[in-house]
Structures are given as structure tokens and as C-alpha cells.
Design a protein around this ligand. Structure first.
Ligand SMILES: NC(=O)c1ccc[n+]([C@@H]2O[C@H](COP(=O)([O-])OP(=O)(O)OC[C@H]3O[C@@H](n4cnc5c(N)ncnc54)[C@H](O)[C@@H]3O)[C@@H](O)[C@H]2O)c1
Length: 156
């Protein structure tokens, strides 16, 4: 890929890159990619290596503070640095509030808030020098949205 979206020559880390948007975005961008996911990353890694780039998968549940803290040390050692971090992992629940358990609600918060924070913090700590680097958040947590919290029409 050329042009403004090219990451040729860069090292990118993507959370939740085993499938979906994270896998699709970084396979084509020209970067070497470290793919972090709780799911099997082999297909996403193969899509990166098919482009002639380095790809490597890292198994982690991003709610696990210890796992996330040690993750970036491994990635930096394997790729000799990181240029771009795509904080993409997340879940969406499409259920009405009255049909959603507290455990399900908390799972959304744990992944879409806590895990995003842990990943951003761990990424930020590897930069002991000024940029250029980028930290992209794919995230959006729709809490307090009228449509989602009103009875019957509410969706998480
Ligand atoms: N698809 C959309 O229309 C849309 C819209 C708005 C926001 N988003 C957000 O964009 C991001 C990507 O969306 P998508 O459609 O590709 O979703 P997806 O479900 O296809 O991919 C999300 C990935 O995150 C991973 N993941 C989830 N929890 C994890 C955890 N605890 N630890 C490690 N990995 C974990 C999943 O295994 C999966 O591979 C998500 O954060 C989603 O909430 C998506």
C-alpha cells in the first residue's frame, strides 16, 4: 500500500487482530505486525506474511494486567521496536438492558474499558523518548446513550 495510509517499514501492534477490523486493517498496510488476541491468530499472521511482511501472534486475554504488562517487552524484543499501536480489541453486546445480566454488563466494561486502558498504559510505557508514534483507539463505549439505556429499545 502507498499513500497516506501506508505503514511500510513500520512495526504495528494490534489488539484483537485475529479477525474483523483489526485483522483487515493491518494486513494490507505494509507494516510488520504483532497481533495480540485471546483467539487463534494464525490466519491473521498468515495474511501479513503473505504480503512479505513479518507477522507474529501473541496469545493474551487483555483483561489480565500481568499478561498485558509483560506483552510489550516481548513484542519490542521480537520486532526491535514499535511504531504504531492500534488499540482495537473489544466486544459488543446487542441485547436489551432488561435482558442483560450484571455479569454481561461487567464483561463489556472489563474489555472495552479496563483492557483498553491496560493496553494503552503498557504501550505508553515502552516509549521513553518523544515520537513519532501513534496510539489509535478503535473504541467506543456507548454508555448513557438515550437509545441504549431506555427500556425496550435499549441495546448494549
Ligand atoms: N464492527 C463495527 O461495526 C464496530 C463499530 C464500532 C466499534 N467497533 C469496535 O471496533 C473493534 C473491532 O470490531 P470488530 O467488528 O472487528 O470486532 P470482532 O469481534 O470481529 O474483533 C474483536 C477482536 O477482539 C478480540 N478480543 C475481545 N476480547 C478480548 C480480550 N479480552 N483479550 C484479547 N482479545 C480480545 C476478539 O477475540 C476479536 O478477535 C471492537 O473494539 C469493536 O467494539 C466495531
Amino acid at each position: 500500500m502507498t499513500g497516506p495510509f501506508s505503514l511500510t517499514g513500520k512495526v504495528a501492534v494490534v489488539s484483537g487482530g485475529a479477525r474483523g477490523i483489526g485483522a483487515a486493517m493491518l494486513a494490507q498496510c505494509g507494516a510488520d505486525v504483532a497481533i495480540v488476541d485471546v483467539l487463534d491468530t494464525s490466519e491473521a499472521v498468515a495474511a501479513v506474511t503473505a504480503q512479505g511482511r513479518r507477522g507474529r501472534g501473541y496469545a493474551a486475554d487483555l483483561r489480565d494486567e500481568e499478561a498485558v504488562t509483560s506483552l510489550f517487552a516481548h513484542i519490542v524484543a521480537d520486532f526491535d521496536g514499535v511504531d504504531v499501536v492500534h488499540n482495537n480489541a473489544g466486544i459488543s453486546r446487542c441485547s436489551a438492558a432488561e435482558e442483560t445480566s450484571l455479569a454481561q454488563w461487567r464483561e463489556v466494561l472489563e474489555i472495552d474499558l479496563d483492557a483498553v486502558f491496560l493496553f494503552a498504559r503498557a504501550a505508553g510505557r515502552i516509549y521513553d523518548r518523544p515520537g513519532p508514534w501513534r496510539l489509535d483507539h478503535q473504541h467506543r463505549l456507548d454508555v448513557g446513550n438515550d437509545c441504549q439505556l431506555s427500556p425496550r429499545t435499549s441495546r448494549l
